[in-house]
Design a protein around this ligand. Sequence first.
Ligand code: COA
Length: 424
Amino acid sequence: MKALEGIKVLDFTHVQSGPTCTQLLAWFGADVIKVERPGVGDATRKQLVDVPGADSLYFTMLNHNKRSIEIDSKNEMGKKVLTRLIEECDVLVENFAPGAIDRMGFSWERVHKINPRIIMASIKGFGPGQYEDCKVYENIAQCAGGSASTTGFRDGPPVVTGAQIGDSGTGVHLCLGIVTALFQRERSGRGQRVTVAMQDAVLNLARVKMRDQQRLAAGPLTEYSQFGEGIPFGDTVPRAGNDSGGGQPGRILKCKGWETDPNAYTYFICQAPVWEKICDLIGEPGWKTDPGYATPPARLDKLNLIFERIERWTMTKTKVEIMDLCNPLDIPVGPILSMKEIAADDGLFATGTMVRVDHPERGPYLSVGCPIKMSESPTDVVRSPLLGEHTTEVLTDVLGFAGEELQRIIASGAVGKVKAAAAE
Ligand code: COA
């Protein structure tokens, strides 16, 4: 038995943010029924195509363990089928542009009236206010949520991160909201409205930078390398390069082979309790007792020099050798791993964090599995559905349509090109 077994999800999501959420729900065992526009489907099916004619990796990697039903939500018969789905489901998730679901005729008030136990969950770019009507994509959220202004180097422009904190980050937040609402429903018997704005989710993930914004009022941010370099602070949190976000100084340093390998780097943290071990390791035992180096405050204005010295040592070793040498000494380091290296890491396949999946159109591919491991609810990754693959199955098994009524629905064109024979 899976944690969310028996929970039915009407998945009205598309692109990345919403599908990330519903994929997690599916991995936790919910029956996720993805509603797609007949003949078109989620736009990502045909974005960034690598195998002509097959669903893209963009789509397949975000829609595992779901069923797909084609429904035209602007067709009267389509609305009837959707209404039946709302009656049957425990959760409705959508991330259409602001107002789109209302224009379809499925506002929260209407949905709640159809099924008072349903949880209706939405992602929008912004919360209520001056930008509430905007369409929003990943990088816009990273910028509006404060992440881009605090990422990159002080002398360069703002930078967006590769991790999709706007889309996938918001999807994870929404998923938590949904399961929490399901838990509350256990006691109250009532559904509720759950919303997450992408700007808010990014800001939540950038919380430590709001911490620093307020600390600025009390003086310079001494742990930023800018402080040690004697460069004055302005009135907003500056970009901090690869400085660590916490109280312990850290940097990305070159390792053996950096001249030809763009990822021959390691993250290295000068953790105060292991300072003496660091000094011995890099060949500077005198720094252990030298008053200019012995304490964290004394080192603040010398961090560039210190990291240059550590880098002279890291450049003599590979990033893996550095890991092997530092770990036993409790010196925190982390190799910069490329996606190629991660894709070849048997350990990640052993835990299910990386998976190999087979697909009828595209053949085998790699995907990222469920990062949340539950001892009582393990995840089995099942390939993403083809467009409308489960239309008949959902109409009959979930919604109970049969006979003439079923034929009328199919003939209306509201559920795509379902073969009448298949429906019998
Ligand atoms: N049948 C009929 N029509 C359908 C349909 C279906 N099954 N599914 C969607 N549509 C319609 C919608 O009703 C809408 O029509 P309308 O504008 O005439 O009312 C239309 O398709 C387009 O939907 P929309 O959400 O506006 O898509 P878009 O491609 O124009 O915008 C986003 C994409 C992502 C920018 C937008 O959906 C958005 O801002 N979403 C919220 C934030 C978000 O999640 N962003 C990140 C996505 S990773």
